[in-house]
Ligand binder design. Structure first.
Ligand SMILES: [Zn+2]
Ligand SMILES: [Zn+2]
Length: 323
C-alpha cells in the first residue's frame, strides 16, 4: 500500500509500505482525508529529530471501516486502561499511552488497523475534509474547558494559526471576549471574521500596552498558542491578578512570575477525551473548520503539500490531503 513515510528531515514522502496486520481485536480503516499539523512540520524541518526513520506519519484523519463501510474519525491517542492514571479516569496521562503518527505508525496510509474504541462515527452533516481537522478542535475545547471562563471574560489568545483561530471560536461559545494576537495580518483578518473583539499585530503594536489599555486590569485569561520563547515570557505581563494562563504545547523560556502577582499558570497538551465533543461541535456548525482549509493536495503530492506550508507566501492555515 502507499503511505507517507518519515525518512529524516526534509525527507517525508509517499512511498510503498507493508499492508497492516489486522489482529482479531482491530478493524481495518481505509483512509479518506487527513490534515497536516504543526507537529508534522517540526519533523519535516528537522526541529524535532526523535521520530524513528521509516515511520508512517499523520495523526489527524478520517476513513471508512472495512467491515461496515461507516465513515469514522481516527483518534490518535490510545491509553492502556490499567495504569495509575487510567484507573483514576485520567486517560490523558496514561503512562503506557501511544500516539499514532508519532510513537507508532500513523494515519497517512491507504489503510490502518485500529481498535474500534478509537473510532468515532462521522455524522452525515460533516464532510470528509472537515472530519480531517478534529485534533485542533479537540485541543481548543480542552484548553477552554480547563480554563473554566466566566461569561464576559477577556481572553487574550497569542497565535492565530489554525489552533489559535479555533480557540478564538470556542472562547466565544463560552461567552468570552477575545483579544487575538499574531504577527500576520492575514491571520488576524480571520480572527476578526470569527468575531474577535480586538486584534493586535505584535509586529506593529506593543501587545502588553494594548491589552492593558483594552482590559484596564489585564486579561482574565491568557492562552499562549504561538510556542515561541518571547510569547511564553510575555504571559505574566498580560494576565490580570488571580487570572489564568494556559501554555499550550511546546513552551520554552522562563516566566518572571513577580509581574503576575497571584495567578495560575498551567501547561496543556492534546488528549483523547475531547474528540467526541469536537466532532459534535463541527456537526452542529458551532465551530467552522471548513473556512480554515486553505490548500488541498492528493495523497501522492504530499511533498508538494509540505513545501507549500513551508513557504510563508502561500499563507496556509490548514492543508488537507485526500486519496
Ligand atoms: Zn497535531
Ligand atoms: Zn494507562
Amino acid at each position: 500500500m502507499k503511505a507517507v513515510v518519515y525518512n529524516g528531515p526534509h525527507n517525508i514522502r509517499t512511498q510503498l509500505a507493508p499492508e497492516p496486520k489486522v489482529r482479531s481485536n482491530r478493524v481495518l480503516v481505509h483512509f479518506k482525508a487527513g490534515s497536516i499539523c504543526g507537529t508534522d512540520m517540526h519533523f519535516y524541518r528537522g526541529e524535532w529529530r526523535w521520530m524513528k526513520k521509516g515511520r508512517i506519519i499523520g495523526h489527524d484523519a478520517c476513513g471508512s471501516r472495512d467491515d461496515t463501510g461507516e465513515r469514522v474519525v481516527m483518534v490518535p491517542i490510545i491509553n492502556c486502561g490499567h495504569c495509575y492514571f487510567c484507573l483514576r479516569g485520567l486517560p490523558t496521562y496514561c503512562t503506557k499511552g501511544k500516539f499514532y503518527g508519532l510513537t507508532r505508525d500513523g494515519f497517512f496510509a491507504e489503510s490502518k488497523a485500529m481498535l474500534p474504541r478509537s473510532l468515532i462515527p462521522i455524522p452525515t452533516s460533516v464532510s470528509d475534509e472537515e472530519a480531517a481537522v478534529v485534533e485542533p478542535v479537540a485541543l481548543a475545547l480542552r484548553v477552554l474547558n480547563n480554563m473554566k471562563p466566566n461569561l464576559g471574560d477577556w481572553v487574550t489568545i497569542i497565535g492565530q494559526g489554525a489552533i489559535g483561530l479555533l480557540m478564538t471560536q470556542v472562547a466565544q461559545l463560552k461567552g468570552c471576549r477575545v483579544i487575538a494576537v499574531d504577527i500576520e495580518d492575514y491571520r488576524l483578518e480571520f480572527s476578526e471574521k470569527y468575531g474577535a473583539h480586538a486584534v493586535i499585530n505584535a509586529k506593529k503594536e506593543d501587545v502588553t500596552k494594548t491589552v492593558r489599555k483594552i482590559t484596564k486590569v489585564g486579561s482574565d485569561l491568557v492562552i499562549e498558542a504561538a510556542g515561541t520563547q518571547t510569547t511564553v515570557e510575555q504571559t505574566p505581563f498580560l494576565v490580570r491578578k488571580a487570572g489564568k494562563v494556559a501554555l499550550v504545547g511546546e513552551s520554552k523560556g522562563y516566566l518572571n512570575l513577580e509581574d503576575a502577582d497571584e495567578a495560575t499558570f498551567f501547561t496543556i497538551y492534546i488528549s483523547p477525551v475531547e474528540y467526541p465533543a469536537a466532532v459534535e461541535l463541527i456537526a452542529r456548525k458551532l465551530v467552522d473548520v471548513k473556512g480554515l482549509i486553505t490548500h488541498r493536495f492528493k495523497f501522492d503530492d504530499f511533498e508538494k503539500a509540505l513545501q507549500t506550508i513551508d513557504n510563508p507566501a502561500e499563507k496556509t492555515l490548514k492543508v488537507i490531503i485526500s486519496i
